[in-house]
Write a protein that binds this ligand. Structure first.
Ligand code: ZN
Length: 307
């Protein structure tokens, strides 16, 4: 009975539903191994002797289908806070930009056909010159807005969040003339690629366990391949959704216009993600949860599962 129910559930929510995969040309072709002891995706032995494992009490949950587990979203707003853990609900902490932006959104009378994701991040506000200003990345627009302050949340919302999703790179000079900007300054996103790791421990302790282990391995592999921080930045972020899929990793590639979500990521997967996704722009099917809307021109279906 249970297996029947699980099968029905899987057919409803899209397990093995290849319509949720990106077009075939984006899928990485990984070598298959003759040796049955070797994991086909990672190429590692199970248990692995080479990579750092999660502690024994950490169970990677495998009961839920991973494909199609990303809630659709059009834009991702990433706020630099310099921290790697935050209060449980960042939009409820008064005095923060996440709070003000959430309020600006709920006060807005204009509805949009897409959802926005807002996360805090470990990025440090190096482009902001105001003491109370922070840097905010906006994707897929692929820009960094500096000197963003709590009292400019409404203007920020009007200029960068409620506008139509971009179909081409933003004309920074044009928008820089808008008087609503005040002291806010717009730059092209300085990071060619981003690797976001959910590290939000106060939301779910699993992410507090997985993120530091993954970050260490990403740093190691990126350094080994001589990829700088500006070529691919490893960034800790607040809740992205789907803690049962921890370790959660989002890669933004293709000038921030393609957001690839991976789940159940172990340190054994890191070199595959760097080689296939960061360097080659391909998707590793076994750990693929879904993508930011409009990541693939010819994608048949978008994800639809809510967490
Ligand atoms: Zn391994």
């Amino acid at each position: 009975m249970v297996s029947y129910m699980k099968k029905s559930l899987e057919s409803i929510i899209g397990h093995d539903n290849f319509g949720l995969l990106p077009p075939a040309e984006y899928l990485a072709e990984l070598p298959r191994h003759e040796d049955t002891e070797v994991d086909d995706c990672t190429g590692c032995l199970d248990p692995c002797t080479e990579h750092k494992e999660y502690p024994p009490y950490f169970n990677i949950e495998t009961d839920f289908p991973i494909l199609g587990s990303v809630k659709p979203y059009g834009r991702h707003i990433i706020i630099a806070t310099g921290c790697s853990d935050w209060v449980k609900k960042i939009e409820e902490e008064q005095g923060t930009f996440a709070y003000s932006l959430s309020k600006a959104e709920s006060d807005s009378t204009q509805s949009k056909p897409w959802k926005n994701m807002v996360t805090n991040s470990s990025l440090v506000s190096v482009h902001s010159t105001l003491t109370d200003g922070c840097d905010v990345l906006v994707l897929p627009d692929n820009i960094l807005v500096a000197n963003v302050t709590v009292d400019k949340a409404n203007e920020f919302y009007q200029l960068f969040v409620q506008t139509d999703l971009p179909t081409q790179p933003m004309d920074i000079d044009l928008i820089s003339n808008d008087s609503r900007l005040g002291q806010m300054k717009i730059f092209k996103n300085p990071y060619k690629k981003l690797i976001l790791l959910c590290s939000h421990k106060k939301r779910d302790k699993k992410c507090g366990i997985t993120a530091p282990i993954l970050a260490q391995e990403f740093d190691h592999v990126l350094r080994e391949k001589d990829i700088s921080d500006h070529d691919a930045a490893v960034v800790m972020v607040s809740h992205v959704g789907g803690h049962k899929f921890a370790g959660n990793v989002i890669c933004y590639i293709n000038d921030g216009t393609r957001g690839i979500w991976y789940g159940r990521v172990k340190s054994c997967h890191v070199h595959i993600i760097v080689e296939e996704t960061i360097i080659n722009g391909k998707i590793v099917k076994d750990i693929y949860r879904g993508a930011m809307d409009n990541s693939f021109e010819k994608q048949v279906k978008k994800s639809f599962l809510k967490w």
